[in-house]
Write a protein that binds this ligand. Structure first.
Ligand SMILES: Cc1cc2nc3c(=O)[nH]c(=O)nc-3n(C[C@H](O)[C@H](O)[C@H](O)COP(=O)(O)OP(=O)(O)OC[C@H]3O[C@@H](n4cnc5c(N)ncnc54)[C@H](O)[C@@H]3O)c2cc1C
Length: 434
């Protein structure tokens, strides 16, 4: 059976890995960039966080977004030019924000996230290195109301496998001594014991090398222009990929046929699936990160921190670096870096660790922006579509590092007709009639 996977980010590479383990032998990964993990899986927040997998469309989201319209510093910014493309998607997004739907969607993500940590452990046992750390994470709150809500939410999650506990500021400082400078402002913190961290780009590079050594073919710098039923319909191959190696302006595309095509092309899967009549409810939400080398001398943060008031993550990453990540901007397919949004993130990181403020203002830094592929109900699309041979592994939104490994496993188990490690129903594309 010939299998093509479009996209060499976390979803595509983890799908290839799991398909190999399920017995597939002829796998080709097609990627428009020159290497693995160069888009959304590049410099993300580095957190594998089963503690925080609730979809963004929590109850009351519509009121929040509307009341914050026009606020350029809002953690969730809606650009007017993106509105037309968000209409149908937005209706579903809001529909899924009832308390019952939000809780059900959260629990599905929790199951996928916890399974993913097990899959990642198995991958590390095979020698994959990506700066893994299992120190949990701390979510801090200055606002007592937000802290109380987080505590209640974690208590509920604990009944479903979550491992978090509410702690006071002294204990937070004992876990992360760098918090001493701002401890007086804290109402409390959540210690999320199961959370892990690691560098997603390093992981993608290591996994791609591992897959190549096991016989997976990679076609780098190759843009898939279309996926269509194959002209050789009588043979076993059913889907033809039209591919161009020189990007959009390249020569007439070459075509190859496959029995199975997996779209793991993040938000760009939408355009690839559309000609087949599949309208994927996935839209891009731009996020930013900024990464600095930490100073050689002096104390460094050791624990990933989620600032619950500013909606950012400040995470030590391998190689002696510190990364701040956050913000969501619905602005269409626009990957430009807005200096004002970056400036905000830098200011926020400096406020979290004032001891590092001078260093963060002057040290060389890597600014990055990418488009999270947001599915309308906050859960990825994993599995078959109604087009024979066409499968999806996309729509991971803000969670693709947390859920990537288990999503690959689930997809492979579905393709192989095996029993699945997690319930596949919440993720099936057929929930959107795809
Ligand atoms: C600022 C930010 C912070 C984040 N922090 C976290 C975090 O802390 N924890 C977490 O769990 N998640 C986090 N995420 C989310 C996570 O990074 C994404 O969910 C994940 O990277 C999505 O992986 P993917 O493989 O679906 O997409 P991608 O990594 O984008 O892979 C898709 C690939 O498809 C390729 N492609 C697209 N179209 C074509 C085509 N036509 N032909 C060939 N190739 C094509 C692209 O080039 C790309 O390489 C964050 C995201 C952002 C933006």
């Amino acid at each position: 059976m010939k299998i093509a996977i479009v996209g060499a980010g976390l979803a595509g590479l983890c799908s290839a890995q799991a398909l190999l383990d399920a017995g597939a032998v002829d796998i080709t990964v097609v990627e428009r960039r020159s290497g693995p993990g160069l888009e959304t899986s590049h410099a993300n927040g580095a957190l594998l966080h089963p503690s925080s997998v609730e979809p963004w469309n929590s109850p009351g989201i519509l009121r929040f977004v509307l009341s914050d319209l026009g606020n350029a510093a809002s953690p969730m910014l809606l650009r007017p030019r993106a509105l037309p493309s968000l209409l149908g998607w937005g209706v579903r997004f809001v529909r899924e924000s009832s308390p019952a739907r939000h809780r059900a969607n959260t629990l599905a993500n929790v199951a996928l996230a916890l399974r993913s940590l097990e899959c990642m452990k198995a991958l590390r046992a095979r020698g994959l290195e990506y700066g893994h750390a299992a120190r949990g994470s701390l979510a801090t709150f200055r606002d007592p109301t937000a802290f109380a809500a987080a505590r209640a939410w974690s208590q509920w999650l604990a009944e479903h496998g979550g491992r978090s506990r509410a702690i006071g500021r002294d204990e937070a400082v004992a876990i992360e001594p760098m918090l001493a400078a701002t401890a007086g402002t804290l109402a409390g913190a959540m210690h999320h014991l199961a959370d892990e961290s690691g560098d997603a780009h390093l992981f993608c590079q290591a996994l791609a090398a591992h897959l190549a050594a096991r016989g997976v073919a990679f076609r780098w710098s190759t843009l898939v222009r279309s996926v269509r039923p194959s002209a050789q319909g009588s043979g076993s191959a059913r889907l033809a990929l039209a591919m161009a190696t020189d990007g959009d302006a390249g020569p007439a595309p070459s075509s190859s046929s496959f029995d199975i095509v997996v779209l793991a092309a993040a938000w760009w899967s939408v355009a690839l699936a559309a000609p087949a009549g599949l309208r994927l409810p996935v839209r891009p939400a731009k996020g930013y990160s900024v990464t600095w080398p930490l100073p050689r001398e002096g104390p460094h943060p050791g624990t990933p921190l989620i600032d619950g008031d500013q909606h950012i993550a400040v995470v030590p990453v391998t190689g002696g670096r510190l990364r701040v990540a956050g913000t969501a901007e619905f602005c269409g397919d626009d990957r430009r870096i807005d200096p004002a949004r970056v400036g905000n993130l830098v200011r926020q990181a400096r406020s979290v660790y004032p001891q590092l403020a001078a260093h963060l203002a002057s040290a060389p830094r890597q600014d990055w922006a990418a488009l999270r592929p947001m599915c309308a109900d906050g859960k990825p699309l994993i599995g078959a579509t109604r087009v024979p041979g066409l499968f999806l592994n996309t729509g991971h939104g803000q969670l693709g590092w947390t859920t990537g490994a288990a999503s690959g496993e689930l997809l492979a188990q579905l393709i192989a007709g095996q029993q699945t490690a997690v319930d596949a129903t919440p993720f099936t594309p057929s929930r959107f009639r795809l």
